[in-house]
Design a protein around this ligand. Sequence first.
Ligand SMILES: Nc1ncnc2c1ncn2[C@@H]1O[C@H](COP(=O)(O)OP(=O)(O)O)[C@@H](O)[C@H]1O
Ligand SMILES: [Mg+2]
Length: 397
Amino acid sequence: MARIITITSGKGGVGKTSISLNLSLALAEKGFKVCLFDADLGLANVNILTGIYPEKDMASVISGQFSLKEIMIKDFGGIDIIPGSSGIEQIADLTQTQTGTLISAFLDLDDYDFFIFDTSAGVSAQVLSFCMASHEIILVATCEPTSLTDAYSMLKVLSKYNYKNPVKVVINQVKSGKAAQKAYNRIKQTAGRFLSIPVEPLGIMAADKNVQAAVISQTPFFQLFPDTVATKCIQAITNRLLEKSKMVSDIPLELFWDKALRFLDTHYSGKKTSKKEQQRKEASTQVVVHSHDIDPELQRQLTVFDSKITAMANDITIIKQMLKQNKSPQRKILPKKNPKIQKVSRIKNQVQDQFSNRIPDKALDQKPDQKPGPAPKVSHKSVTLDFEAWYKKRKQS
Ligand SMILES: Nc1ncnc2c1ncn2[C@@H]1O[C@H](COP(=O)(O)OP(=O)(O)O)[C@@H](O)[C@H]1O
Ligand SMILES: [Mg+2]
C-alpha cells in the first residue's frame, strides 16, 4: 500500500518534473521508500534532470518482454525510477491482454511508501486517468496569468469527472510572497466559486537560479545545493505532505492501475480509435475558460499553442545551455530553427496581439458584482509561506 500522488499542471514548463524528482528525494531522505514514475513525454523529463538515459521503458513491460523491476532505475539517491517514455502513449490504447500484463506487473513490485507520478503538461487522456486514479494530486502553477488560467482549466476537467479529494496547490517560481499569495487566492477563489472541487495550499517554491544550474549539471538541486532556497521550499512541502498523512489512505498500486485503465475505457472508449479521433476527444475534454466574445475554438487553439510553445521554449533553453557546456542531451535534439515552430509562434503572436485586450478569463477575471455565487473566504494564513524567511535572508545578504 502506498500514497499515490500525481503531479500535474495545466501549462507546461511550470516545474512539475523538478518538483516531482526533488520531492521524491526529500521523502527518501526522511526514510520513506519512494518510486518515481516518469510519465512525462516531454524532452525535459527525469532523464534530463538526472543524466540517466534508460534503454528499456514501460513499452517493453506492456509487451510482456520485461518486468517492471528489470526496467527500473534502482536507488538513484535513494529512490527508484520507472521510465515511462513511449509506454505512456500506449496506455490509452491497450488491448485486454496488455491491460492484464500491466496490472500484474505492478503486483510484482516491492512495497513503497510513496508512488509519485510526474506527468506531461495538459489534459491528455493519460494524465487525466492518472489524476482520477490517484488519491492525491499536486497541481503546480506559477504566478503567470496563463498558468493560472490553465490550472483552472485542469481543475475544471477534474471537477467535471467528479474528482472529490482536495487538490494540493504548489505555486512555483515565486518572486515575492505577495505574488504567491495572490496567485493561490485566485485559484482558490475561482475554483470555490465555479467548481465543486476543493483546493488547498501545499506550499510555494521560490524562483531560484540554482534550479536551472542543477538542470544543466543533470543533478537534482536537492543533492547539488542542499542549502539553496529551492531545497528549503521542497523540505517545507515535504513536511507539509507528511503532516497530512493521517488524512489520506494508502491504496494498493494494482487498484490504482485498475482505476486508471477503467477511466480510459469508460471515457476514452476509442481503444481502437484513430489518433485523429483520439485528439478530437481529448480536445473536447480540454475545457477552456471562454470569454463571451471569443470563438471557443480559437481560444482552445491558443491555449494548446501556448502550452506547446512554452514546453518547446523550455526544451530549447535547456539544450542550448547544455550545448554551451558541451553536454549533449544524447537524445532527440530539436532542429535549431524549425520553420513549423516559428510559423506557429508567429501565428500565435498575431492572434494574441489581435485579441490581447479581449481575452479576459471569464472566470478568473469575474468582477464581484457579476457573481454567480458567493466567493469562498480564503485564509491568507493558511498558505505555507516559508518564502518570507528566505526573502528577508536574501535581502540581508
Ligand atoms: N523554482 C524554480 N526556479 C527557477 N527555475 C525553475 C524553478 N522550477 C523550475 N524551473 C525551471 O523551469 C524549467 C521547467 O521546469 P520543469 O520541471 O521541466 O517543468 P515541467 O515539468 O512542468 O515542464 C526548467 O528549466 C527549470 O529549471
Ligand atoms: Mg516535465
